[in-house]
Design a protein around this ligand. Structure first.
Ligand SMILES: O=C(O)CCC(=O)C(=O)O
Length: 287
């Protein structure tokens, strides 16, 4: 539910400049630690079910306690996950970047356990990528358009390197491609993003980014919220149970993919975009 606190946490010029220049910025202490602990409990509960079953439903492969665990479409698993979609310290920055015709097109959490002792220190090539798959091949423009952003909230302490840090190449959101080293070394400019639990990283989908190996004893955990335009097709199955959807207010329903009809994704009427109406009512945008 949006309230006056959201208006106090709109994007700053400095944050917008950082996003435009570097392709990312960090909001420290975005989530209070009590909330981080609650979120971690819910993430762990899902993870443990699959760990006990020794099966990763996304990769459709057997899974061990050392495997990376990518879990998409998690919003519908718990109301608490949905509550973070419009969190007052972060969501105002999302509308400040993308505007009001938005929803969560893709959200997931990732658990990166410590590597086995025997593997530690081996420099495997990182999986550098821009988000959105074929968009980067099929769209005709250079640089490519932003289209979407993600916020990752860290639930574990990755404030020092070697803890499976999220890596970015600052400024690379304007590159269509780049030469990846083949010897396992890091590309020039590659930066480990170091964050404490509760910190949030906003990143442009175009920034070249990668997960790294976790050679610490701390299991890395992050929850990723992707926001894109309502005309952008969802990357998740978005299986939100109907009763969970119904119990949320209209703005959250918009963020969960609600709307009146298909055309309303492209040419929204007021009923499709309650976020727009709220921003008008509060004088954030003009009518
Ligand atoms: O796990 C990470 O650090 C990277 C996540 C990622 O590549 C993504 O969300 O697109």
């Amino acid at each position: 539910m949006l309230d006056e606190r959201h208006l106090q946490h709109q994007i700053t010029d400095e944050q917008l400049c950082a996003l435009n220049a570097d392709g990312y910025f960090i909001v420290e202490n975005a989530l209070p630690l009590e909330l981080v602990v609650e979120l971690e409990k819910r993430v762990d509960a899902i993870y443990n079910v699959h760990l006990d079953a020794e099966y990763d439903p996304y990769r459709k492969l057997q899974m061990t306690p050392h495997d990376n665990f990518f879990y998409p479409n998690f919003l519908g698993k718990d109301q608490l996950f949905i509550n973070i979609l419009d969190y007052y310290k972060t969501f105002p920055k999302v509308w400040g970047i993308l505007g009001w015709n938005i929803y969560s097109y893709h959200s997931h959490f990732i658990i990166t356990p410590p590597r086995r002792e025997a593997q530690r220190g081996n420099n495997a090539q990182l999986g550098w990528h821009q988000d959105s798959g074929r968009v980067n091949i099929e769209i005709e423009s250079s640089p490519r358009p932003r289209l979407s952003i993600k916020i990752v909230y860290w639930l574990s302490d990755c404030s020092v390197e070697g803890r499976g840090n999220f890596y970015v190449i600052p400024g690379s959101h304007l590159w269509d491609t780049f030469e990846r080293p083949t010897d396992g070394s890091l590309p020039e400019g590659a930066t480990a993003v170091c964050c404490k639990p509760g910190d949030a990283v906003f990143f442009d989908r175009r920034i070249w980014h990668a997960r790294s190996e976790n050679d610490s004893d701390i299991t890395r955990k992050g929850i990723f919220y992707g926001y894109g335009y309502r005309w952008l097709r969802s990357k998740d199955d978005m299986t939100i149970p109907a009763d969970l959807f119904e119990q949320n207010d209209p703005i959250r329903q918009q963020l969960l993919g609600g709307g009146t009809n298909a055309n309303g994704h492209f040419s929204p009427k007021d009923a499709d975009v309650p976020l727009k109406m709220w921003l008008e009512e509060k004088g954030v945008i003009s009518k």
